[in-house]
Design a protein around this ligand. Structure first.
Ligand code: PMV
Length: 334
């Protein structure tokens, strides 16, 4: 049995959403996939196909791992551990999810479980790949065990696990991957909006050297109590209006404003800012889509509103254009 869950693109409001401001977010047709089946050896097997990694633990070992991860996370909250040190291996995130789910729904396993994970969402690049993988596993497990899971159940389990990866996340990634569509997300709730009809490019500038958790922690250090988040909110409001009217001139205006704010909080590397300036000079607009980066010269996905003339510019920088469209459905069984 297989479940999939989509990745996402943030059109406006990354980082501000951590401070209770709105984000405009679209689920896109790149998917994480979880294949779930039974096995006879009373262990839980994870296969991370894209990382060529495997793990196999007993329920007892999973509970011990969970204890260690919870302690690590508490140390992170106390400022004693960096967020990158909470999860030591990629599959720890999914093992934590599995055992938290199993104990939460109080199921006693009478045989082992195989969970095979695969994704075509670029990892660590602002497209919500870990949240999509978490949601595909949850959707698959709820189906496999025949549970009547409500949206809040999926969200809460996904969010608890995501914290170990991102530190203090807003919850936007698991929400959008679960529900699909285009939404205005704020304080763990969202309003569904019509899918924007205007064409844009998603340009992959490469995997940032810093993680989402590190970017969020860095921004918190300098801007946690700044009034700048009101400016982010005003920009998201204007962008929402412009997108719903399909008014490209206005959308570009607010994308530029959004980029200036993101540059101010320090998540747009100089080399990416240079690329964005070139796009602006040729009449377009662009901004990072996701956490961005606080070191190195790559920033994951960049959202570009421009005509085809920018293609030459994009390839001059050696960046890849990703062809994506909206996913209206969210996590589901396939
Ligand atoms: O994981 P990313 O790179 O898509 O970033 C998510 C958006 C942030 O606002 C930076 C973090 C969050 O939890 O909302």
């Amino acid at each position: 049995m297989k479940a999939i869950a989509p990745g996402k693109i943030i059109l406006s409001g990354e980082h501000a959403v951590v401070y209770g401001k709105p984000a405009l977010v679209m689920a896109v047709n790149r998917y994480a996939e979880a294949g779930i089946s039974g096995n006879g050896d009373a262990r839980v097997h994870f296969e991370l196909v894209d990382f060529d990694e495997n793990s196999s633990l007993t329920i007892q070992a999973l509970r011990e791992l969970k204890g260690r991860l919870v302690r690590n996370y508490q140390m992170f909250l106390n400022g004693e551990l960096g967020i990158r040190e909470v999860l030591k291996k990629p599959f720890h995130l999914f093992e934590f999810l599995f055992i938290t789910f199993l104990d939460g729904v109080q199921i006693k396993l009478d045989r082992g479980v195989n969970i095979r994970l695969h994704s075509d969402i670029p990892v660590g690049s602002g497209m919500g790949s870990s949240a999509a993988t978490l949601l595909s596993v949850l959707r698959g497990l709820a189906e496999y065990f025949g549970l009547d899971f409500k949206p809040d159940d999926y969200f809460n389990y996904g969010f608890e696990a995501e914290k170990l990866q991102h530190g203090r996340p807003s919850g936007v990634d698991p929400y959008v991957s679960l529900h699909g569509g285009f939404v205005r997300f704020q304080n763990k709730r969202a309003q569904k909006l019509p899918m924007p009809e205007m064409p844009f490019y998603i340009v992959n500038t490469g995997v940032p050297q810093s993680t989402t958790g590190e970017c969020v922690a860095h921004v918190a250090e300098h801007f946690a109590h700044s009034p700048i988040w009101d400016d982010f909110e005003a920009v998201a409001d204007e962008m929402q209006r412009a997108l719903l009217k399909s008014d490209l001139v206005e959308v570009k205006r607010w994308v530029r404003a959004n980029n200036r704010l993101l540059t101010t909080i320090g998540v747009v590397p100089a080399s990416i800012q240079e690329f964005i300036s070139h796009i602006e000079k040729s009449g377009g607009a662009a901004k990072i889509a996701g956490a961005g980066a606080i070191k190195g010269d790559r920033a994951g996905m960049v959202l570009v509103f421009a005509d085809e003339s920018s293609n030459e510019l994009i390839s001059r920088y050696g960046f890849q254009v990703m062809n994506v469209k909206g996913d209206p459905l969210g996590a589901r069984i396939v």
